[in-house]
Design a protein around this ligand. Sequence first.
Ligand SMILES: Nc1nc2c(ncn2[C@@H]2O[C@H](COP(=O)(O)OP(=O)(O)OP(=O)(O)O)[C@@H](O)[C@H]2O)c(=O)[nH]1
Length: 541
Amino acid sequence: MQTEVRDAIAPQEIERRRNFAIISHPDAGKTTLTEKLLLYGGAIQQAGSVKARRSQRHATSDWMAMEQQRGISITSTVLQFEYQNCLLNLLDTPGHQDFSEDTYRTLAAADNAVMLIDAAKGLETQTRKLFEVCRLRSLPIFTFINKLDRPSMSPLELIDEIERELGLSTYVINWPIGTGDQFQGIFDRQHQQVHLFQKSGDHGTRKATDTIIAANDPRIESLVGENLYHQLQEELEILDSLGPTLDLEAVHRGQMTPVFFGSAMNNFGVELFLKSFLEYGLKPTPHESNKGKIDPTYPEFSGFVFKLQANMDPKHRDRIAFLRVCSGKFEKDMVVNHARTGKTVRLSHPQKLFAQERDTVEVAYPGDVVGLNNPGTFAIGDTVYIGDKLIYPSIPSFSPELFAYLRNADPTKYKNFNKGVTELQEEGAVQILHSTDESKRNPILAAVGQLQFEVVQFRLVNEYGVETYLEALPYSVARWVTGGWDILDKVGRLFNTFVVKDRWERPVLLFKNQWNLDQVKGDHPELELSPIALPPTTEKA
Ligand SMILES: Nc1nc2c(ncn2[C@@H]2O[C@H](COP(=O)(O)OP(=O)(O)OP(=O)(O)O)[C@@H](O)[C@H]2O)c(=O)[nH]1
């Protein structure tokens, strides 16, 4: 075990970092907003290049050819960029909702979430689901309501929906003046300024310079039109009288969300959002561990793995573990302790995962994410540390919604089949359950979306040389039995329920629908059922 105590890291390296993930429903504009943020950060010269780089990479990738065929993104990266001397880490997640398990895990490594909403649609299913995951972690949420240049719901209605349905209080930082064809700009309540909207002729591929005028400038009425001007005055009065003041502590506890309006495509409202996010967003936060909260200023290096990904570069058949740095300074080639195995590991070839480009990382600080070479060393949730033994909490699995037996088409390849299934399970590509009937050996794939199945089958052929077929099971809800097998034995037979076991041999109940689940809950109030599962704690230090 390494005993050398390192120097405390420069506090400004922690102070200037902000780490966040974007949660949204497909099509709300996540890619567009990401590109605009990178544009302001100077990480790219022209919006559109992230997508372009992605597709270049697709051309050289094999299993990710699926992404290209379907025009979806399965992989995720971490985009690091600087703005006004702050360093932002955007934990980018797959766009497609079938891969939301991946997003759930990524949220475990995020300090802040940006909730992106399409102004015409309001809250949508995927956003609600991801919001629930953020709530579990009490993540601060910054809301950006997008596409104001298109016909939208009323802004007051949008705010009301967030408050009512998510139980989140709102504080409006900027307010739209008109929407759709009538969209004239936004009112910045904090600086008492109006930013006039100009449609960007080039789809906002370059940075925009807003025309800003002071709120008391007499020209505003004529610039935005008499009707909208009066409407704005009325709405601002409503906001002033109803809305609470910005309570930063409540924001940081995830109970109040600062709200911004804009149009990512037109680069409008994006910079104002970015500036406020830097001001109010949480800096790298302390993380719970077996030794209590570990502050980012703790001088020893520590971090945890939140995601694994294989074959990002098919030429090398590589496997990457995404490590979130929690404390101390990460240095290339450092030797660290691996909490789960008790072994020491040299962290060689660390990578920065900007879009699809890889750069070697020499140093990294709390809030950063580093890509580590992973020839099977790391599993999701693993802690690495220097100094006193630390263990960060495991990363939960969420209820899958689709289930199918996976059958091996060629029994002579059973070894490859088993290896492939085990490795894909460890990587978190899919959850695996098993029937309690020993004669039924085939694993049950359990996923959030159909495409997860397809990726597993595709990769089993491409990486393990095994053809498989699926036999769908008619269930849509899974619940872990908190009390284990004993309580289940006491309860006796359950109707309309399929009892299976997870990879740790714990009981899981599958239901056809919510109604069946509610019925079982009603009939057996003594059964404690959980939609979330944590790996069993193998060790306490
Ligand atoms: N009118 C208008 N269109 C927008 C705006 N922002 C994004 N869009 C369009 O909305 C569509 C979806 O945007 P994307 O950025 O691809 O959305 P996404 O959320 O990344 O989508 P997924 O990849 O499916 O998750 C695209 O056609 C964008 O051009 C906006 O401010 N105004």
